[in-house]
Write a protein that binds this ligand. Structure first.
Ligand code: PSU
Ligand code: MN
Length: 306
């Protein structure tokens, strides 16, 4: 794996079987505005540490794949620049070959995390099926279908067609576990009206499920969905108005491809007067904490087995 550069803290933790949580970086380069992107990235790492695990933010710097960033590298990544690309699975080799900086999406990050031997990953919301034809479908869904990690999120971003996204997860055999919820969360909102068949109440239960799933020879991720914190969550109906407006504007402006998600997220933030950003930051931290607790439970479990 000559292309992977592991931060020494991360490689040590992995060698010792200590808990590690991988974190994405497209949210830093493309998802959040400055300066919140840098403070959030640091806060997520702190949240992971406070819950007993080692954080490994995954990103590409000058064409080098980093599994874990030091403080300086994190700052460099968070500097907004046209030259920093959004790296999904298909773009990993592009970023390496062109020697550019890249923020890795869920798809890009879990692919690299898996190569590094990390088993738990946290993000805000996964990509999914977009609302308008021709139905741009995020590579996140396909990556989840064949990358065996536990992925913690607050559902899929509400700007998407959540029903179609949940259906596609089922087609791709990705089990979705509601953490202390029976409903698929809608990122900004705790409710979506979409029922889940599986609900779990503890990190240990999640670990047990994932191990059974993988022991059956399945290679998909186990998707853990956690509603955003109640204090910051916004009612679904309120969010829906902003999203419909942002979607209509994106269509009119002809925004397409991988520019669509960042465009919509930014527009919803503007229309909400910062409320959307607040819940986005809160749920990212919330998910980092749960992911760390899962990584700790997984490390305990593995130790019991030897
Ligand atoms: N969630 C956020 N902000 C983001 C994203 C998710 O709160 O910026 C990013 C993730 O990296 C996710 C990506 O993988 O958006 C999906 O983009 P696309 O639809 O182009 O696959
Ligand atoms: Mn997309």
């Amino acid at each position: 794996m000559s292309h992977l550069i592991l931060l020494s803290e991360v490689s040590q933790a992995l060698q010792l079987g200590m808990p590690v949580v991988a974190l994405e970086s497209a949210v830093i380069t493309h998802g959040l505005p400055s300066p919140y992107n840098l403070s959030l990235a640091r806060d997520m790492e702190t949240a992971v540490r406070m819950n007993g695990a080692t954080p490994a933010t995954i990103a590409i710097l000058n064409g080098k794949v980093h599994i874990g960033l030091n403080a300086l590298q994190m700052e460099r990544l968070a500097q907004k620049s046209e030259e920093t690309i959004k790296v999904s699975r298909r773009d990993i080799a592009v970023a390496i070959q062109r020697k550019v900086h890249g923020g890795t999406t869920v798809a890009g990050s879990i692919t690299l995390a898996h190569q590094a031997g990390i088993k738990v990953f946290a993000t805000g919301g996964i990509g999914g099926v977009h609302r308008e034809a021709p139905f741009d479908i995020s590579a996140d869904l396909y990556a989840l279908s064949d990358t065996p990690l536990i992925v913690v999120c607050a559902g899929a971003k509400a700007i998407l067609d959540l029903n179609a996204t949940v259906e596609r997860l089922e087609s791709l055999s990705v089990p979705v576990l509601g953490y202390q919820t029976k409903e698929f969360p809608a990122f900004y909102s705790r409710e979506s009206g979409l029922p889940l068949s599986l609900s779990v109440n503890s990190p240990a239960e999640i670990v047990e499920f994932a191990q059974l799933h993988w022991e059956m020879g399945l290679r998909s991720a186990v998707l853990v969905v956690q509603p955003p914190p109640a204090e910051e969550a916004i009612p679904r109906q309120t969010v829906e108005g902003w999203i419909q407006r942002a979607n209509a504007e994106a269509m009119q402006a002809g925004v397409r491809g991988n520019a669509l998600t960042p465009y919509l997220l930014r527009r919803v933030d503007e229309l909400s007067n910062g409320q959307a950003l607040r819940v986005n930051l809160a749920l990212l931290l919330h998910n980092a904490r749960l992911a760390a607790q899962i990584a700790v439970a997984l490390a305990h479990q593995a130790r019991r087995q030897v």
